[in-house]
Design a protein around this ligand. Structure first.
Ligand code: CP
Ligand code: NVA
Length: 298
């Protein structure tokens, strides 16, 4: 693994290896403590974050790495200095750059200008680190990824794009229910369909029926706040509530990358359901990011 901008940058084998390593790290963190001592990484944030910021910072420290959290308010990438020049300066100090941006092309511009690995910590297009933690959560719970039927309900943007690619690359199938105009891009669907089945519908009941995993994300992503009222109307029929979750397999689990907007895309009842694994999933961001660092820098 050199860069990780899109889930499609990983082969199915590389993805499975990362998930296996994440589970090993989770079960025996002491075995990896200090494994990358002496390295330094940058964790660059243009957007807000809780899970990604704290889990990547702590993952680095536990591996012996010095993390430098960089907020774009202090840097001015795109206004004070170009993404290329920011990257070329940072690579003189740092062994790897994790970056959370709005525009995915900013990541590509940095990547094109530097020799150190660049890891996407969320762009408007993809969220590959989240998808690896999601696979780990599914694999830990069911004991396998092969044959998993996942229903994704909601906006087919960044989190969904990486998730669909990840599930299909590891032997699962996906059913997406989105309002018209909010489906995953044709490019994402085409790439995923080379590995598994991806059905797209406007009917959430049809998508969830018998599913092993029911997954949703916010209706209004960071940067889309001006559209929030309109989106609440367009997505109203796509809430994951008790009635919808009941249609999943009796052993089906609920996942959400978080943050959740309770009462919008998901109800309290489903968030707090015994088969909701959202906080295990959040914890796995820590273990899986260690796996990413060990692979990229090991
Ligand atoms: N799931 C996730 O990436 O959370 P944050 O936006 O809080 O980092
Ligand atoms: N789709 C959400 C994911 C947050 C982790 C967003 O982009 O805001």
């Amino acid at each position: 693994m050199k860069h990780l901008l899109r889930i499609g940058d990983l082969t199915p084998d590389e993805l499975c290896d990362l998930v296996d390593l994440a589970s090993l790290v989770r079960s025996d963190p002491a075995a990896y403590a200090g494994a990358l001592t002496g390295r330094s990484i940058g964790l660059f944030f243009v957007k807000q974050s809780v899970r990604t910021w704290v889990s990547t910072d702590v993952a680095a420290i536990q591996l012996g790495i010095h993390p430098v959290v960089i907020r774009n308010e202090q840097v001015g990438m795109g206004s004070r200095e170009s993404p290329e020049d920011v990257g070329r300066v940072l690579e003189r100090y740092l062994d790897l750059l994790g970056m959370r941006v709005f525009d995915h092309t900013d990541l590509e511009r940095v990547t094109g200008a530097v020799k150190v690995p660049v890891i996407n910590l969320l762009s408007d297009d993809e969220h590959p680190c989240q998808a690896i933690a999601d696979l780990q959560t599914i694999a830990d719970h069911f004991g396998h990824l092969e044959g998993i039927e996942l229903a994704y309900i909601g906006d087919g943007n960044n989190t969904a794009a990486s998730l669909i690619g990840a599930v299909t690359r590891t032997g699962g199938n996906v059913r997406v229910a989105s309002p018209l105009g909010f489906e995953p891009s044709e490019q994402i669907l085409k790439s995923a369909r080379e590995f598994g089945e991806v059905a797209v519908t406007t009917n959430p009941q049809e998508a969830v029926s018998g599913a092993d995993v029911v997954y949703t994300d916010v209706w209004t992503s960071m940067g889309q706040e001006a559209e929030a009222a309109d989106r609440r109307t367009q997505f109203a029929a796509f809430q994951v509530n008790h009635g919808l979750f009941e249609l999943a397999s009796p052993e089906g689990i609920f996942l959400h990358c978080l943050p959740a907007h309770r009462g919008e895309e998901v109800t309290d009842e489903v968030m707090e359901h015994p088969r909701s694994l959202v906080f295990e999933q959040a914890e796995n961001r820590l273990h899986s990011f260690k796996a990413i660092l060990l692979t990229a820098l090991g």
